[in-house]
Design a protein around this ligand. Structure first.
Ligand SMILES: Cc1cc2nc3c(=O)[nH]c(=O)nc-3n(C[C@H](O)[C@H](O)[C@H](O)COP(=O)(O)OP(=O)(O)OC[C@H]3O[C@@H](n4cnc5c(N)ncnc54)[C@H](O)[C@@H]3O)c2cc1C
Length: 424
């Protein structure tokens, strides 16, 4: 708890969003475009702009965005900017078990969709989202302002305007709103200040990410090999029409990740190419590698009076199915839908009746996805010969079953459950 001894006047908003990452900024755009007065509080000192979003070589952090996320970003007016910067569609997926013969392939045609998704540098999505909110008349943005404390409102509110908790920023400013949203990532300070419990599941893997250029074009196919239970993804990137770039995500043991990061770029490129049996020919160029530790986290509750968690602040998930930010964008869309419904009716939008509806609509879906990722890791990490045989037969068998694959594809492309209007 911080003190409110500073003489600065309290600045009041209808919602405060802490964290201007992809999820927080999406929520901010949804609320502001509907007419709410929103404060966006971000620790980093300056927002990324469109002119600084891409360089010749793609950035190492990318996301596979589902068609459902694409629809949301389109409705927000963000997708056109993203397309102009750089997005790479993929119409096929290949997943195989490097320890056996199991292989499964998915295609947009089989799934009856135009694309299975797009690989997009996070900087592209972020800069395009920033453009929608930074100068928006309904948004007050506080950059370079990590939050310092959360002060809880005591007693009952007397009016809609003065209800809610107080946030103290680094420079002593005080912000108040009926709803304060934590979108400040996996290590959320706001979640901690609100005393919201989170479960941790150390996946005992680190992700190594980099960008490579291969001999052969990627053909618009996202590839993933399970090598001794360690998923290695080659995600297609097209740079100025050149389709030979791939973004790499190799989730592996921390020791192996450390070894990979110590290799020279040429040596790392060779290892990566060989690891997928040179399916794209030799790796001819490899960028610097970065390493992230992988811990699945899930908050026990997403809401309490006047506070809600979204995105990685609510859940962080293994990247093997490329779902993390997609789940977060869905949180933002559902929370915005429920909050705006109450706000338009003049009902208290930061109270539990409203917030619980958001939690009910999102927690189960996120929980199922977190469980699935854990199951995959166990299945593909096993050396048990029976399990190895079963998964290889299972993959090859499933490859023949088009209706089942169609169901899987609908899940992977985000077409699950009751979608918010902004994603339809
Ligand atoms: C290797 C790897 C590969 C991945 N690949 C994919 C993929 O293919 N597809 C996919 O969907 N997801 C993927 N993810 C997951 C995805 O990157 C995350 O789910 C997503 O970035 C989370 O977004 P967020 O906005 O919730 O949080 P963050 O991106 O963490 O943003 C949080 C923001 O809050 C700010 N902040 C932090 N603390 C404070 C504070 N105290 N006060 C104010 N501001 C603060 C930060 O500066 C930051 O801007 C991957 C993750 C990893 C590690």
């Amino acid at each position: 708890m911080g003190s409110s001894t500073t003489k600065r006047p309290v600045e009041r908003f209808e919602a405060i969003i802490v964290g201007g990452g992809m999820v927080g900024t999406t929520l901010c755009a949804l609320l502001a475009q509907a007419g709410m007065q929103v404060a966006l509080v971000e620790a980093q000192s300056a927002p990324l702009r469109l002119d600084g979003a891409v360089s010749q070589l793609p950035a190492p952090r990318v996301s596979a965005l589902t068609p459902v996320s694409q629809r949301l970003l389109t409705q927000l007016g963000v997708w056109t900017d993203m397309q102009q910067l750089r997005v790479t569609p993929y119409r096929g997926m290949q997943v195989w078990d490097a320890e056996g013969s199991g292989e499964i392939a998915f295609s947009a045609d089989e799934a009856g969709v135009a694309v299975l998704g797009h690989i997009v540098e996070n900087s592209v999505t972020q800069a395009a989202l920033n453009r929608q909110v930074i100068d928006h008349p309904q948004v007050t943005a506080f950059f370079g302002q990590p939050i310092k404390a959360l002060q809880r409102a005591t007693g009952r509110a007397t009016s809609r305007a003065d209800s809610g908790d107080w946030l103290i920023l680094e420079d002593g400013r005080q912000l108040q709103a009926p709803l304060i949203v934590a979108a400040d990532g996996a290590h959320s300070a706001l979640r901690e200040m609100a005393g919201m419990e989170v479960s941790h599941d150390d996946m005992q893997q680190d992700a190594v990410v980099t960008t490579v250029r291969c001999d052969k074009p990627h053909g618009g196919i996202a590839r993933q090999a399970f090598i001794d239970g360690r998923p290695l993804a080659f995600l297609p990137l097209t740079v100025d029409g050149d389709k030979r770039y791939c973004s790499i995500v190799w989730s592996t043991t921390p020791a192996h990740a450390a070894q990979l990061c110590e290799l020279s770029r040429d040596a790392l490129g060779d290892v990566l190419g060989e690891a997928i049996n040179d399916r794209l020919g030799k790796v001819v160029a490899c960028d610097k590698a970065y390493r992230f530790s992988l811990v699945q986290r899930h908050a026990r509750h997403y809401v309490q009076p006047h506070v809600a968690l979204v995105g990685d602040a609510a859940h962080s998930i293994h990247p093997l199915a490329g779902q993390g930010v997609n789940l977060g964008l869905m949180d933002a869309a559902v929370l915005a839908e429920e909050v705006l419904l109450a706000w338009r009716r003049g009902a208290p939008w930061g109270e539990m009746n409203t917030l619980k509806r958001y939690e009910r609509r999102r927690r189960l879906d996120n929980s199922a996805m977190l469980g699935l990722m854990k199951g995959f890791k166990v299945l593909f990490g096993s050396h048990d010969p029976a399990l190895t045989l079963a998964r290889n037969l299972g993959m090859s068998g499933m490859n023949q079953m088009v209706p089942l694959k169609r169901i899987l594809m609908r899940q992977a492309t985000g077409e699950r459950g009751r979608l918010p209007l902004s994603c339809r």
